[in-house]
Design a protein around this ligand. Structure first.
Ligand SMILES: Cc1cc2nc3c(=O)[nH]c(=O)nc-3n(C[C@H](O)[C@H](O)[C@H](O)COP(=O)(O)OP(=O)(O)OC[C@H]3O[C@@H](n4cnc5c(N)ncnc54)[C@H](O)[C@@H]3O)c2cc1C
Length: 322
């Protein structure tokens, strides 16, 4: 089959408007199947022709995983973006792999819940891409990597066979946990088409603190104290050298820095209060009491304060100590 015939077969499978030119630096031709079965048919076709394929999510990956020679074919998950089912009792939701991360956050918020994975690319990256890269993000300390938030998967293998495990049984030691080899496999083992994700209760409030410290050792002392006092309510923590702190709190932000520049080390921590915002503030302040190594501190106790430099630094930097 020559490339024109292959393209014609793809048009027949997914409709002409879903066969498109590829992104710069990637495959020349991209298909956008709208169902798992259509993904399987496309992959069968490519497999039969031994045509190389790459899965495309939101194209936000930072390591060029979707960059290929132009003779590759792309399978975009853009149309696999539906919320398939939701069980409020188990808080498990089945979403299409092309669903944007931000849409999952919005869905969770609409049900007074939240999804544990959050990263700067949330508005563009997809759940399938997060799974393929086992993305971490800014709440890794609290929720773990994407792996810890995925309960089941549906995947199409390169020959078109479909593997489905969307059962969501938490206590399940029956045989191999196959989903784990697909999480973090960067699309090399198959195309993720659906995922069963775990949502959880939202906290009533959060509190963040920015600290200036003399030395990295002081940061470790503070980190240990916060972890001891706040335990699983510690949502995010980041240690920054002074030049980095200066950059994220000046060049990347219109707000004034939360602390004077020039101290050797800075630390940001965010803690949540499941029952109230005051709970978060109290546990954070309690954790820091009596620590001599702190030169200066700025506490953000309201969402408005948190959405300033302190919070943006944590959220956008993406390098969370975990
Ligand atoms: C501002 C910003 C902040 C970020 N912060 C973090 C962070 O804090 N932590 C972190 O870990 N990463 C971070 N990243 C990188 C992050 O891993 C990716 O942005 C995201 O997870 C990739 O999703 P995507 O849909 O854009 O995938 P793409 O970029 O489209 O693809 C990434 C890889 O996954 C494969 N893939 C995509 N969809 C599927 C699928 N359905 N099935 C199989 N394979 C698939 C692709 O082939 C490619 O190899 C950040 C990126 C940006 C731009």
């Amino acid at each position: 089959m020559n490339s024109e015939t292959l393209e014609a077969s793809l048009r027949q499978l997914v409709g002409g408007s879903n066969v498109l030119a590829g992104p710069p630096g990637g495959p020349a031709l991209v298909v956008r199947p709208g169902t798992t079965e259509a993904v399987a048919e496309c992959l069968k076709l490519f497999h039969g022709q031994q045509a190389p394929v790459v899965a495309l999510g939101g194209l936000t990956g930072l390591v060029h995983g979707t960059h290929t020679p132009s003779h590759y074919f792309g399978i975009s998950t853009e149309r696999l973006n539906k919320f398939e089912s939701f069980d409020p009792n188990t808080r498990l939701v089945v979403v299409g792999a092309g669903t944007k991360l931000v849409a999952v956050h919005d869905f969770a918020a609409d049900h007074d819940l939240r999804y544990g994975v959050d990263l700067g690319a949330r508005g563009s990256c997809t759940i399938g891409g997060n799974i393929a890269t086992n993305a971490g993000g800014n709440s890794v300390i609290r929720f773990g990597m994407t792996r810890s938030n995925v309960v089941g998967l549906e995947v199409v293998l390169s020959d078109g066979s479909i593997l489905t495990d969307l059962r969501g049984l938490p206590k399940n030691n029956a045989g191999y946990d196959l989903k784990q080899i697909f999480i973090g496999s960067e699309g090399t083992l198959g195309v993720v088409t659906k995922a069963l994700l775990k949502l959880s209760r939202r906290p009533a409030g959060t509190a963040s603190v920015a600290l200036a410290l003399n030395h990295l050792d002081s940061a470790l002392v503070v980190m240990e104290a916060i972890e001891r006092a706040c335990g699983h309510t510690l949502l995010a923590m980041e240690i920054m050298w002074n030049r980095y702190f200066e950059k994220v709190s000046t060049a990347l932000s219109a707000e004034p820095p939360p602390l004077p520049l020039g101290h050797p080390v800075y630390l940001l921590a965010q803690v949540e209060g499941m029952d109230s915002g005051e709970q978060a503030v109290d546990s954070l302040v309690g954790a820091l009491e009596g620590i001599d190594d702190i030169i200066d501190s700025a506490l953000a106790t309201t969402p408005v304060q948190e959405s300033g430099t302190v919070r943006n630094s944590v959220r956008e930097a993406g390098f969370v100590i975990g």
